[in-house]
Design a protein around this ligand. Structure first.
Ligand code: BDP
Length: 478
């Protein structure tokens, strides 16, 4: 922390450690927000926001293409920079060909991919890669590119990697080898398949790709939920300077058919069916430590097996998404790729070139998180509040901002002490928690500073702080 950051941190902590919040419920002890110091090492990276699509979507070269103006517009509006991850279940069924497509695309859009989707035989062509490059240039996004390990040959992976490297150029962030290899067992591999077997295969593909593309960079292991694979991969990554990122997936609930995959569960602090439990988060931190690498949640969403209607496509998913993404940011994760495609229930962007595209509720939750890109995390602890209210504090351009996410049906009031004043600047709201339309992210109607910060029922609000917090000075350490 440099001197300036130290001063801001001290000002923040001295002036706001006594921020007192009070809920409307008189029965409850008055909630309080305690701030610690600014964490300059936790700066939200420029490409924090990400989308994830099925590799099979590349079988239609017109989808990710400069011609798809509507999608370009919507992606640019989501984030001026971001990361597009290509992979998913379908990536284990695709092959690559340098030849021009000999027949029309098998579909216009692909997705959602569920356990029942027919994924056989999609082909990624060099035309699709050239169009993808133009799409990435137009959106200013990078690409995390998945190769087929489950059912593909090493020769085909090498051809595909060489073409992707040449065509995508600087837009290619890294390759991933295999999608959810921890689920290969009893699907593409025998009963006994485990992390060591995966690493042996990964090494074979990795070495072959490097022979053809010596400058290639890699991320992984892109697992579903079996963390021993991440631990083993992190050990292996130490040997390979070209591995630049650790990745795994997260679904808050699933499968979609489970009666427990409900809207209320999605909003709870730890959904019962979550594929990654909070008690296991330390395994990710340890893997990062072992490999000395950043970590990215490279695929995930509200509910696996394609999402749940009435949950994944509602305003609840927007509040979940805003809260989840900011939690990931506060942990120092490099980014989050929300999975989607087609007209799936959980896709943040739905539609097709021929019908146009729509912004689903979750899209606005992502934009809420995007607002804090570039900001530094400020340690914050909301005590005695409902577990359904989250508070995050960030420092950006010398100013502090508070994000309050109220996932309850009652208003949440936060009284600020020490002369601090806050004004709402941005509000994420919707007509009802289960509304599928009408979700919006808009400027707060009145930028009025007061010592009371209020988040209406089911809203996420960004507040700007002023007053004692930014004016207080500490003596210099010189
Ligand atoms: C993941 C797959 C992805 C699916 C998703 C789901 O990687 O392709 O779309 O599950 O079931 O395991 O929704």
């Amino acid at each position: 922390m440099n001197r300036r950051e130290f001063l801001v941190a001290m000002a923040a902590s001295a002036a706001t450690s006594t921020l007192a919040c009070s809920a409307q419920s008189m029965a409850q002890a008055s909630p309080s927000l305690t701030l610690g110091s600014v964490q300059p090492q936790l700066t939200i990276p420029e490409e924090f926001v990400g989308l994830s699509y099925e590799s099979a979507q590349l079988a239609n070269p017109d989808f990710f293409s400069a011609k798809n103006h509507a999608l370009i517009q919507i992606v640019r509006e989501l984030a001026p920079r971001g990361n597009l991850r290509l992979g998913g279940g379908s990536s284990e069924y695709t092959t690559y060909s340098d030849a021009a497509p000999s027949s029309p695309p098998p579909f216009e859009v692909f997705g959602p991919d569920t356990s029942k989707t027919v994924k056989q035989g999609t082909i990624t062509s060099s035309l699709a890669l050239r169009n993808l490059r133009e799409f990435l240039d137009a959106t200013n996004w990078s690409c995390l590119y998945g190769l087929n390990l489950g059912q593909g040959t090493v020769e085909n992976a090498v051809r595909e990697a060489a073409a992707a490297d040449k065509i995508l150029g600087p837009r290619l962030f890294a390759f991933q080898i295999g999608n959810e290899p921890d689920s290969f067992r009893r699907r593409f591999r025998p009963e006994t398949y485990g992390p060591e077997d995966f690493l042996a295969e990964w090494n074979r593909f990795h070495a072959a790709v490097l022979t053809a593309v010596p400058q290639a960079k890699f991320a992984g292991p892109d697992i579903s939920n079996k963390l021993p694979y991440l631990t083993a991969f992190a050990q292996e990554a130490r040997k390979h300077p070209d591995v630049i990122l650790l990745t795994s997936h997260y679904y808050a609930m699933g499968p979609a058919s489970s009666p427990e995959a409900t809207l209320q569960n999605l909003l709870s602090p730890e959904p019962k069916l979550a594929t990654l439990k909070q008690r296991d988060l330390h395994v990710i931190a340890e893997a990062q430590q072992t490999a000395q690498l950043p970590y990215r949640m490279s695929e995930g969403n509200s509910c696996w097996d394609g999402g749940k209607p009435g949950v994944s496509d509602t305003f609840a998913s927007a509040l979940w998404c805003a809260s989840f993404m900011l939690q990931c940011a506060a942990r120092g994760w490099a980014g989050v790729n929300l999975h989607g495609g087609g007209n799936g229930y959980y896709t943040p962007i739905a539609g097709a070139p021929s019908t146009g595209f729509t912004r689903r509720p979750e899209y606005f939750g992502m934009r809420f998180a995007q607002r804090f890109v570039g900001a530094q995390v400020v340690a914050a602890n909301l005590n005695s509040a409902s577990p359904l209210v989250d508070a995050f504090v960030f420092k950006s351009g010398g100013k502090l901002e508070l994000a309050l996410i109220n996932k309850t049906d009652t208003a949440f009031n936060c009284t600020l002490s020490s002369g601090a004043l806050a004004a709402p600047v941005l509000v994420l709201d919707g007509p009802a928690i289960d509304a599928k339309e009408g979700v919006q992210l808009s400027r707060a109607p009145h930028r009025h500073y007061s010592n009371l910060a209020t988040a209406a029922p089911y809203t996420a609000v960004v507040f700007d702080f002023k007053g004692a917090i930014t004016t207080e000075r500490k003596p210099s350490r010189r």
